[in-house]
Write a protein that binds this ligand. Sequence first.
Ligand code: KG4
Ligand code: ZN
Length: 346
Amino acid sequence: MDKNVNNNEEVLILAIESSCDETAAAVVKNGREVLSNVISSQIDLHKLYGGVVPEIASRKHIENITGVVDEAVKEADVTMEDIDAICVTYGPGLVGALLVGVAHAKALSYALNKPLVGVNHIEGHISANYIENKELEPPYLAMVVSGGHTHMVMVNDYGEYEIIGRTRDDAAGEAFDKVARAVGLGYPGGPKIDKLAKEGNKHAIDFPRANIEGAPYDFSFSGVKSAVLNYLNVAKMKEEEVFVPDVVASFQNAVVDAIVSKTVAAAKEYKVDKVALAGGVAANSALREGMEQACKENGITLYRPSLGLCTDNAAMIGAAGYYEYIKGTRHGLDLNAIANLKIGER
Ligand code: KG4
Ligand code: ZN
């Protein structure tokens, strides 16, 4: 029996996330209070190959998912019976990886006779901001910068998203990972560049900030990535020494600059005074600082999840899933994984 969710009753969501290389489960109360947040990371395994290997990711999810879900329920100190709905990421992501979470969620929904709600992974990243900022409510502007996605999104209401900008080529995190690989830092490159950049001069090399005619809020990160690769090749040919911290600091500065300036310009045009950062690259210290300063100068309140809620986790899926659940979104046992699921698609 569904609880009457309009009656300020407690709603407990069991959330499952398996879209990439983290198997994760969480129990979230009323969309904002995290009772447990369990993550089993496969990063050490994929590191050996320099990136995520989809087949290995799926197999590892299958091995881990039962234990991770059980642990999340146990840690939350609840029982499966207490759960009101099962929420699961069904896209975007690696289809084989997504299917493991979706199949597990469907099995639980069927066996326990609980409602099933499919959640968009990117909407989850945005909703991570609700967890630590109880006062945050739409409308606001969200800047999603993850390994697979770069989207500027107006969140007009809970579950109502309007994309106003996106990358034309590489995602921000993808550019970090590719540049990291080029300078021999390994996978995942973002955190390693973040750390090494602190030892370099961000003004040492003037890498391009791509602007796209007629699309002021769109991004292109492959240009800056190519400029870095080119810089390294030219130096190699001339047998010149390269100071890697300067290269990565200058690259990071170009990326941060593009994200910060476009976000502030969009906030002004759309007349919002709240901006939320989201996605793995939102963990980047230069982006967090740069955005904070620019927002302060422009009278904008900035929201950023703490580092552990920027990268993939299931608590954010529980936050997004809660608002879908109370709106009445339900999925059947025919729910499928959709690798290229769009924001706002139901
Ligand atoms: O959101 P996420 O965990 O997964 C996707 O949904 O894609 O993002 C992972 C991405 C990776 O590309 C990783 O290099 C990047 O986020 N990342 C960072 C930092 N921490 C993670 N990039 C820059 N600086 C960081 N501190
Ligand atoms: Zn993600």
